[in-house]
Design a protein around this ligand. Structure first.
Ligand SMILES: [Zn+2]
Length: 285
């Protein structure tokens, strides 16, 4: 069933678990991730990143597949734009039938980010589209010019998060407290108290989002969920694991003769990997 993310995130926060949000830039990942969500029996968000559209498959090709698979799934599925900063990209995703948008203007000065997101959210809500924004700057992986000390300068201020959420009306806000995108050069250390402070300060109509979830140890992931994270973005380590699996498979005796048979094996691998991730996000519930 295709849904936006408003109700599934509200239910997640009330239940003390988090909804996984996983990039699905090809058919094998769509099928593996949705089969995992059905087996673990949790709602899921699948998303298409602007950067994947620029460097890979276009939303006009992958978007309708995401939407069709979402409609047929046995669990609620939100089809979401990931880090859309170009308005034209967001419009292309909405034309493909997406139910939710991350409008990421975090590179702009605070008031500009706020006013543009606020205007967009008013229109989006009238059309039943949920909206996520970002506050703070999510760096690339630690170690690439960042240390555990200097990354703290990018952390989201709880009072500013509250102001942004109240004035913009967004359904979800991605905040910075120690995670980064991509592959971690050093193990991340999360500021869990900051998550609690952000959750307590924000209106209860806006959920807390953690990006860079892959590569964080499971203990800290679950502490962040208990502290108030309801949406957890995860991709890089899944993509990397699938590559390693394919390399192992193609070099071994388990290799199939036909390409599509190897692809089917990848769907199974992604499903099993995602089942583990989604079980961690259930946080014991
Ligand atoms: Zn992100």
């Amino acid at each position: 069933m295709l849904v936006n993310m408003t109700q599934i995130l509200k239910d997640a926060e009330a239940g003390g678990y988090a909804i996984g949000c996983i990039n699905t830039p090809n058919l094998e990942t769509i099928r593996g991730v949705l089969a995992a969500a059905e087996e673990v029996n949790v709602p899921i968000i699948i998303d298409h990143a602007q950067v994947h559209d620029e460097n890979g498959i276009k939303v006009e090709v992958i978007g309708p597949l995401m939407v069709e698979y979402a409609k047929k799934a046995k669990v609620p599925v939100c089809v979401h734009v990931d880090h859309g900063s170009d308005f034209s990209f967001i419009i292309r995703c909405l034309r493909a039938g997406f139910s939710s948008v991350m409008y990421d203007l975090s590179a702009l000065p605070y008031e500009q980010n706020l006013s543009k997101v606020k205007e967009f959210t008013e229109y989006a809500h009238k059309a039943g589209i949920s909206v996520e924004a970002e506050l703070g700057i999510m760096t690339l992986a630690m170690g690439e010019g960042w240390t555990h000390e200097t990354i703290k300068t990018t952390f989201t201020d709880p009072q500013q998060a509250a102001d942004f959420a109240e004035r913009s009306g967004v359904d979800a806000l991605a905040v910075c407290f120690g995670t980064a995108h991509g592959i971690y050069a050093e193990p991340p250390v999360l500021d869990i108290q900051r998550v609690r402070d952000i959750r307590a300060a924000m209106p209860d109509t806006t959920r807390v989002v953690m990006h860079g979830g892959s590569g964080v140890d499971e203990k800290q992931v679950q502490e962040a969920i208990t502290a108030g994270v309801s949406k957890l973005n995860y991709y890089s380590y899944l993509g990397m694991a699938a590559t390693e699996n394919m390399a192992k498979m193609l070099s071994g005796e388990g290799r199939q003769r036909q390409w599509h048979e190897n692809q089917e094996a990848q769907v199974d691998f992604i499903k099993e990997y995602a089942k583990h991730v989604l079980t961690v996000f259930k946080n014991g519930k």
